[in-house]
Design a protein around this ligand. Structure first.
Ligand code: SF4
Length: 362
């Protein structure tokens, strides 16, 4: 299946096009992960969502829409919302022939995921855990330290069993790991565990320095390269590894960056996806109607669906000064430029429009 979230594929006539919408359908979560990039948005009690009709009308207006992603918080936490809001959105997508992704922590009973499975192309889960003990330390890092290790183990086991069950039923389960100090040396083992569960893809991203993760140490790029080398050497080669928001670019003047890019290109079953945020995708907050370039609060809203058409908001971002330094494109390398937060974290002050992909040598 072609990757319809890949912005390189959706550029037309020299311009990025809005082909993907992500909706934040929940601001509630039962976990409190230390690295959560939307942690500050989480609430104990959710306000009312906007009328579904308004959201569907705004989606209807996007003629070239190809994909719909639903994210949170945890979208399966409320069975009522799952039935009355998440399911109709997914059914709308199915009727329109859109590819769908749901981001979930899989900690609730399997039946909730089976309810939506017929309409889901990708179950996207987070997997930043070395083992059950590390899970316990990680997922309560921002509160609820009173949760017992035994209670954490119940959740950990449920994620594992749900992922295994959904994969066995033929669902496409894609697990995302972020590369940080906690995971960098363990990605190979995590990858092999995901393969055992039946996951079809392992997404590997840098940790985003947003919200609760903002004060965590940024992994230096030399350690990041080492983590990638080690993952390539230790992974299960049958499990597709997708590097997203990869912090190494074909225009880099550094030989070590070109080497890591060549190693990734050469590895079987390994791909790099350009970042969709603002290049073919926008995020809608289903509660406020705010439209952002990503669900991370670090980027202020660009508009609101109560007043704005999504295509207009997308054009606003294309002209936005914060996007300008990263709004580059090297078709010879299939590269559409860096993710905003990753570029600001690793390449402050660099204007990527002045750079050009180096010729491929390997
Ligand atoms: S598109 Fe941007 S980031 Fe990618 S190689 Fe070209 S200049 Fe570098």
């Amino acid at each position: 299946m072609p990757d319809l979230w890949e912005p390189y594929r959706t550029r037309r006539e020299g311009r990025h096009r809005l082909t993907s919408v992500e909706i934040t359908v929940s601001n509630w979560c039962n976990l409190r992960c230390r690295h959560c990039a939307v942690g500050d948005s989480l609430v104990a009690q959710e306000p009312d969502r906007l009328p579904l009709d308004l959201i569907l009308r705004r989606l209807d207006e996007v003629e070239g829409l190809l994909t719909l992603s639903l994210t949170g918080g945890e979208l399966s936490g409320s069975l009522a919302a799952l039935r009355s809001f998440v399911l109709p959105l997914l059914q709308y997508a199915g009727d329109r022939g859109l590819k769908t992704q749901v981001n979930t922590n899989l900690t609730f009973e399997l039946g909730r995921y089976e309810l939506i499975a017929p309409y889901v192309d990708v179950f996207h889960i987070t997997w930043n855990y070395r083992d059950v003990e590390h899970f316990h330390r990680t997922v309560w890092g921002h509160g609820r330290q009173d949760v017992s290790p035994a209670a954490s183990e119940v959740l950990y086991t449920r994620i594992v069993e749900n992922a295994r069950a959904l994969a066995a039923q033929g669902c496409f389960v894609s697990a995302e790991s972020m590369v940080n100090r906690e995971t960098a040396g363990h990605l190979g083992r995590m990858n092999r565990f995901l393969a055992e569960l039946g996951c079809r893809r392992h997404e590997v991203h840098p940790m985003y320095p947003s919200d609760w993760a903002a004060d965590l140490p940024v992994l230096p790029l030399d350690e990041f390269r080492e983590a990638v080398r080690r993952l390539l050497a230790e992974r299960d080669p049958d499990l597709w590894v997708l590097f997203g928001t990869f912090p190494f670019f074909p225009c880099s003047p550094l030989p070590e960056d070109q080497e890591i890019l060549a190693a990734v290109r050469k590895a079987p079953n390994v791909t790099v996806r350009n970042c969709p945020d603002g290049r073919n995708r926008l995020n809608i907050d289903a509660f406020s109607g705010d439209v952002r370039v990503t669900d991370f609060a670090a980027v202020p809203p660009l508009g609101n669906i109560r007043a704005d058409r999504l295509e207009d908001v997308f054009e606003r971002w294309q002209r936005h000064p914060r996007f300008a330094p990263f709004n580059c494109y090297c078709p010879e390398a299939g590269c559409t430029g860096p993710n905003l937060l990753v570029a600001e974290m690793y390449y402050p002050g660099v204007d990527f429009r002045t750079r050009r992909a180096a010729p491929v040598t390997a």
